[in-house]
Design a protein around this ligand. Structure first.
Ligand code: ZN
Length: 341
């Protein structure tokens, strides 16, 4: 029975206040040089221990090595002018951001995250997932002055992600997850080329693969956007049919404290479903009973064998103690339901 309802997290966890500016999307490092590298490893060590203590089954490094889930990967890629900033509307103009610009052919001179991953792999024998930004979301977070076509640039990024993923797999990653919040915005693009680029990114991998699709971090811009989406958020309906046909093994969705009708999970009849059972709200920890209620609701549409209770999204921008509390509630809530199955 212990294989049922294995818990996991979307990916990121807050970096400790001594390491980086807290409760910010791109909080600046407070250390530098060797002290910074030591600090990142210390933060990862603590979060691995916290996740194990909280009985999370599928762990991540908490993304504590990165300032931002997309830009940290892009910093290791050639063909991008980090100083040529372009003002760009992000996620269909939900908010504006100054972003770097692609100015030439993209290449990956060496692995970006693999050394950090190897360190984290040495810390735990549990199932370990590594998260990478998805090709479409990268292209919605960087300006293009070279490719002239978003699908073309996304495919170029997918090739580089595939090379990185293969090295992560060789270093012991059990699951590689691609984060694609842009999938919840550009539905036609997902169906026309987004899933093709994901397939390129996972080509040749033998480990489990996953895609995380959410309504974004709990930041003000996203909260305002959510208010415009009405009482029923049916966005997932537009992309889940194609994702169920895809080669990706695990699909995530937001369920906790959201207006997503849980019936959309019924579309993912051939997939493992990462059910968001804690929200990324900065001020409230769900009770285990609330988590259990969300999981029970999911079981109406998905067999418990295919459910992985998860967080709605990354927890980078929320307070450390709140995130820790949410980990404990997540596993306690899953245990409540497991005991009744
Ligand atoms: Zn997310």
């Amino acid at each position: 029975m212990s294989d049922l309802l294995r818990t996991t997290i979307a990916g990121s966890l807050p970096r400790p206040v001594w390491l980086a500016e807290p409760e910010a999307l791109k909080g600046a490092w407070k250390l530098s040089g060797e002290a910074l590298e030591d600090g990142k490893r210390q933060a990862a060590t603590e979060w691995i221990a916290h996740q194990e203590e909280a009985n999370i089954d599928i762990l991540t490094d908490g993304e504590v090595f990165r300032t931002h889930f997309v830009h940290a990967f892009l910093e290791g890629i050639d063909g991008i002018d980090q100083d040529k900033k372009t003002l760009m509307g992000i996620r269909d103009n939900r908010y504006d951001l100054e972003v770097p610009t692609v100015t030439g052919p993209l290449s990956r001179p060496k692995s970006v995250h693999v050394d950090d991953f190897k360190f984290v792999r040495s810390l735990t024998d549990r199932t370990l997932k590594f998260t990478l930004p998805g090709p479409m979301t990268i292209c919605d977070t960087i300006a293009d002055a070279h490719y002239g076509s978003r699908p073309k640039m996304a495919m170029a990024f997918a090739e580089l992600l595939n090379a990185e993923a293969k090295e992560l797999e060789a270093a012991g990653a059990d699951i590689i997850q691609f984060d694609e919040p842009a999938f919840n915005v550009f539905f036609d693009d997902v169906n026309e080329w987004g899933i093709d680029t994901l397939h390129r990114a996972i080509e040749g991998l033998t480990c489990t693969t996953a895609v995380h699709i959410c309504y974004g971090y709990g930041i003000e811009e996203n909260l305002k956007w959510k208010e415009t989406l009405g009482d029923e958020w049916r966005q997932y309906e537009k992309i889940f049919p194609a994702l169920n046909e895809s080669k990706i093994d695990q699909i995530s969705l937001e369920c906790a404290d959201s207006h997503v009708p849980h019936s959309v999970m019924g579309i993912l009849k051939d997939k493992m479903v990462m059910v968001g059972a804690v929200a990324v709200t900065p001020d409230k920890v769900e009770t285990p009973e609330e988590v259990a209620a969300t999981i029970r609701s999911a079981i109406e549409y998905v067999d418990p064998e295919r459910i992985l209770p998860c967080t709605n999204c990354g927890m980078t921008p929320i307070p450390y103690d709140i995130a820790l509390g949410k980990l404990h509630s997540l596993s306690a809530g899953a245990a409540i339901v497991r005991s009744t199955l």
